[in-house]
Ligand binder design. Structure first.
Ligand SMILES: [Zn+2]
Length: 94
């Protein structure tokens, strides 16, 4: 089994009791799952107090318009880590 096969679920399908929350939706995209079947809607979830609507609204906003203050720090140093990873010959791509 290739290492990328541990997290690449291309061709798989997932069944859920509800439309996924933003965190689970991100994981589904990240794993490249091919299709999602869901029962309840986000509206149904909001009706029982599982309301992720704020997160969906926040993601759509520019960073400086979000409720969560976000400030970029240390990019000059941090970008070197990305560059090292890009040059790593045995990296596992996802
Ligand atoms: Zn979730």
């Amino acid at each position: 089994m290739r290492p990328s096969e541990y997290f690449d679920l291309s061709g798989c399908e997932i069944y859920a009791s509800c439309e996924p929350c933003p965190m689970c939706l991100a994981a589904i995209y990240w794993a490249r799952i091919g299709k999602l079947y869901y029962a309840n809607t986000c509206r149904d979830a909001a009706d029982i107090q599982f309301d992720d609507d704020l997160i969906y609204q926040e993601i759509a906003k520019p960073l400086n318009a979000r409720q969560l203050p976000m400030e970029q720090l240390g990019q000059d140093e941090a970008i070197t880590v990305f560059e090292e990873w890009m040059n790593k010959p045995d990296k596992i791509r996802y």
